[in-house]
Design a binder for this molecule. Structure first.
Ligand code: VGL
Ligand code: ZN
Length: 205
């Protein structure tokens, strides 16, 4: 792979895999493929969704609310999720089957109590940066490839922001799995194509 390309492996964590509280169907099936893909990239960044137990995105922190309802917050509409990826718990660890020893950076996101962060670049307030844009830029990266969980949330938001920050962005479609809540996957692909994000099959990487 070109030295100006990086692979972002988004949120491959037990809590998003079958058996976890926010299981993405087929979540573990993509891990062998991701391990193989990563061998093609010199620069690999892993991300972890990483929330305090008191996080604003958890339905459990809003009495009377249930998971998958929407809540209006100062920064916009927030999906209320089952409690997931609580910092330093086993479910928030990198999945033990990930085998990417050369990954140079693990980036944690979503640790501010009052703001969610699907994106690996920008929190949901759309102003607080994680610093990933600067990290990639200072390493000469121009093209970001994305894989992981979940296609229609953290992968999509990260891809859209990568494009927004001036990187070419490509989602490796068969190396992702979606939550697909109320048609969110179809809407997401439409939004991504407007943002200039491209999609590719792993065999074509
Ligand atoms: C994610 C919902 C809540 C994701 C993270 O990784 O796609 N989805 N937090
Ligand atoms: Zn989360």
């Amino acid at each position: 792979m070109h030295k100006h390309s990086a692979l972002l492996v988004i949120d491959v964590q037990p809590d998003f895999c079958p058996g976890g509280p926010l299981a993405v169907p087929g979540g573990t099936d993509i891990i062998p493929l991701i391990n193989q893909l990563a061998k093609k990239f010199e620069t690999v960044v892993l991300t972890q969704d990483w929330h305090p137990a008191s996080h604003i995105s958890f339905a459990a922190n809003h009495p009377g609310r249930t998971p998958f309802e929407m809540l209006s917050l100062p920064y916009g509409e927030q999906v209320l999720w089952p409690t997931h990826c609580v910092m330093a718990t086993e479910g928030a660890a990198l999945h033990p089957d990930l085998d990417i020893p050369h990954a140079a950076l693990t980036l944690r996101k979503g640790s501010h109590q009052n703001v969610d962060s699907y994106s690996a670049f920008l929190e949901a307030d759309r102003t607080t940066k994680t610093g990933l844009d600067g990290y990639l830029r200072s390493r000469g990266i121009e093209h970001v490839y994305l894989c992981g969980l979940a296609t229609d949330f953290c992968v999509a938001w990260s891809a859209e922001d990568a494009s927004h920050f001036g990187f070419a962005a490509t989602i490796i479609e068969d190396a992702c799995r979606a939550i697909d809540m109320n048609g969110s996957l179809t809407q997401t692909w439409e939004r991504l194509s407007v943002a200039g994000v491209t999609r590719l099959n792993s065999k074509d990487v």
